[in-house]
Every structure is written in C-alpha cells, then in structure tokens.
Design a protein around this ligand. Structure first.
Ligand SMILES: C[S@@+](CC[C@H](N)C(=O)[O-])C[C@H]1O[C@@H](n2cnc3c(N)ncnc32)[C@H](O)[C@@H]1O
Length: 363
C-alpha cells in the first residue's frame, strides 16, 4: 500500500517543533523507515515490524554491492576505524570488518542493536562496539577514520541523512571520510494520468458528498510511488534541483534547501502535466553510486510523486516552472513546498502552491 509520506516524511511535517510521533509513523509504516527525532516516545502505532524494514534493505542486492564496493576502497586492513551510524542489523560493520577494518562502532537507536550483537556473535565478528542511541545525542563520540551511514529515504532526506552526516563530523579524526559523499536530487514533470488518478479519488466517492476540503489536504502530500518511465512520457526530463556535497571538508549544507526548475513545453513529451516525480542519485564515492531514477534498475526505494491540484495544459511556447523548498531541520521534521507556474511570453498564466504542512492531519 502506498501512502502519502506524511509529516516528517516526504510529506508534511508539523508546524510546531516535532516532539511526537505522528508524522514519523507514516514514514515508518508506509515509507521505507521512520525518522527518529530526539526524545520521542514510540507509540503503539509505530510498532511496525522493524525486521521487515531491514529485510527489504538487505534484499536489495545493488544497494549492498554499492556499499561493499565503497567500503572496499576506503578500508585499509588493520588500520581503518569505522562509526556505522544507523547500524541496523550491523550489516555494514560486518562488511567493513570482513574487509579488515580495525574496529567498528555500531550506533543505532532502535532495538535492532540487540539483534546486531547476536548476529555478530553468530558470525564470529569481533572488534565491534555497540552504542544504543541517536548519533546526535552521543556527547563523546569515538574518533574514527570513516563514518558510514545508510539513512537514505524514498524522499532522500526524510531519514535525516543530511543532519546526521553533518553532525557526524564530530566523529572524524582529521582527514576522516564519510560515506556517502554526494547526493543529487532530481525532479521531472509527470505527463501520464495514472498516479494522479490513483490518488485523487475524492471527486468519485459519490453519495452526494462534497469532499473537496479533504481532497485539498490530501493533494498537499508527497506520495511514495513507483514511478515508471511511461509516467514521464518515456523520456528522462529530470533536472537536478539539489546537489549536496557531504564530504567533511565541504561547507556544511543548510537543512533548508530550495531551487527553481524550468522546462520548455516543446522539450516535454506531452502538453498535459499531472504532477511531478522526485528521485535521487547518491554517490557513495566517485564511481560508486545508487540511483532511484525511474530509468535506472529498481531498488527497494521508490520514487516520490508530487500531485497537482489541477492538471496544467501547456501551449507550445509555454514554460513550466517548479519551485521546490525543503526544510529538514530536526525541529521541523520534513517539510516540502512545491509551487508550479505556467509562463506564457514571460507572464504567469497559471499558478499552484502546495506545502506538505498543509497536508498533515494531527494524530
Ligand atoms: C536504513 S537502515 C540501515 C541499516 C544498516 N546500516 C544497513 O545498511 O543495512 C537505517 C537505520 O538507522 C537507524 N538510524 C537512523 N538515523 C540514526 C541516527 N542518527 N542514529 C542512530 N540510529 C539511526 C534506524 O533505526 C535504522 O535502523
């Protein structure tokens, strides 16, 4: 079942500082994994099976192979020390130790850490330390040569990757490295009606009811969907809207990120625009990457569909403009705004503005 990536997910967060779980549970249940915010009690509703999330991750062979290839390049046998932030089952630490890492510290806030300890014992993997907690809350972190963190969401930043990796600079010895190093986010117009029809059921409910207020809330959400090349008219019209350099020597990127993209109608495969698709390409190291592009081989991650309130009909010389504004500060959760304009001879002839905060309903 695909759902809006609700509040702190690719959906809409909250307007107040996020200290409760409602938003996150959407990510937890319907997106790939939840985003943990400090001090949050975990309600019953969030008690979905953690193991199911890890089953999906570990079943993703291209993901596993990419991390193995990147670790292989960076781990110097007998020397490299590693902090594995968001260790889960311990998989990445196990790979690193098998590649000869001198020591790995596994940091994990969920109960998966106990299972990781058990798996380490069963596999005879030593030189591991286990720390239960959120990486940002560890006051005296171990100083390591390499931080690895696989906290990529369907909406790339929904699991706190950016904030976690920036904070993890505290863990690094001088000259230390992080994995992943670079993340690029893409957006493209969706021209096929399939995804919008799946979501916008409101006018068809019937029974003489006007559900337009609910429809508006719903269409202010980001949806986790499998976007196929056909949904984009068979042509990769994706443009980069965000390019994050996560390397420790780079200036720390801001959690508030925005960009404006433009497409000429003539360059699009159809005149009618239903919504937008988002995906990402992550460079663990140069030449070792992961992609959730609809045109790339599938992974366990899906894409994000941003609906429109109404489709746009572009004339031949029109320009389609998409403004994206994302805020992943820890006290916000995940907020995305998307504003669409249709320009004709430089003048705005159509405009829609959506915001994930307007798509949330308090739980
Ligand atoms: C996608 S899983 C990756 C698990 C494992 N590293 C792997 O690659 O198979 C991310 C894990 O990180 C945990 N997590 C996310 N952010 C964290 C943080 N900042 N500190 C500690 N644990 C975190 C989540 O509970 C989850 O178990």
């Amino acid at each position: 079942m695909k759902m809006p990536v609700g509040r702190p997910s690719p959906g809409m967060g909250r307007t107040e500082p996020a200290k409760t779980w409602g938003t996150s549970s959407c990510i937890c249940v319907f997106s790939r994994i939840r985003r943990k915010l400090a001090y949050e009690p975990v309600p019953e509703a969030a008690a979905v099976s953690e193991i199911e999330l890890h089953r999906k991750l570990l079943g993703d062979a291209p993901r596993n192979a990419a991390f193995q290839a990147a670790l292989k390049q960076l781990v110097v046998p007998g020397k490299t020390t590693v902090a594995d932030i968001g260790a889960g089952t311990g998989f990445l630490s196990f790979l690193a130790r098998r590649l000869g890492a001198a020591h790995c510290t596994l940091i994990e806030y969920s109960g998966m850490l106990e299972l990781a300890q058990k798996l380490a014992r069963q596999n005879g993997i030593d030189q591991l330390s286990f720390v239960r907690g959120h990486s940002a809350e560890i006051r005296k972190p171990p100083k390591v040569d390499l931080v690895v963190s696989e906290t990529l969401g369907n909406f790339a930043l929904e699991e706190g990757l950016l904030e976690t990796l920036i904070d993890a600079r505290r863990y690094l010895k001088p000259g230390g490295r992080v994995l992943p190093e670079r993340l690029r986010q893409f957006a493209a117009p969706v021209t096929a009606p399939r995804l919008q029809r799946e979501i916008d059921i409101w006018p068809q409910v019937g029974y003489g009811l006007d559900l337009s207020a609910a429809r508006t809330v719903s269409l202010n959400n980001m949806y986790v969907k499998q976007v196929a090349p056909d949904d984009l008219g068979g042509r990769d019209t994706g443009q980069i809207w965000d390019d994050l350099d996560l390397r420790p020597q780079a200036r720390a990127p801001d959690s508030r990120r925005s960009a404006t993209l433009r497409w000429k109608a003539a360059d699009l495969p159809a005149a009618r625009i239903e919504g937008f698709a988002l995906w990402w390409v992550c460079e663990l190291l140069p030449g070792v990457g992961l992609s959730t592009s609809p045109f790339a081989p599938p992974t366990h991650w899906d894409q994000i569909y941003l609906p429109l309130l109404a489709p746009l009909e572009l004339a031949a010389d029109d320009v389609l403009e998409l403004m994206l504004a994302c805020d992943t500060r820890p006290d916000v959760g995940v907020r995305l705004g998307w504003k669409t304009r249709q320009l004709r001879a430089g003048k705005t002839v159509g405009e829609q503005a959506q915001d994930s905060f307007r798509g949330r309903v308090e739980m």
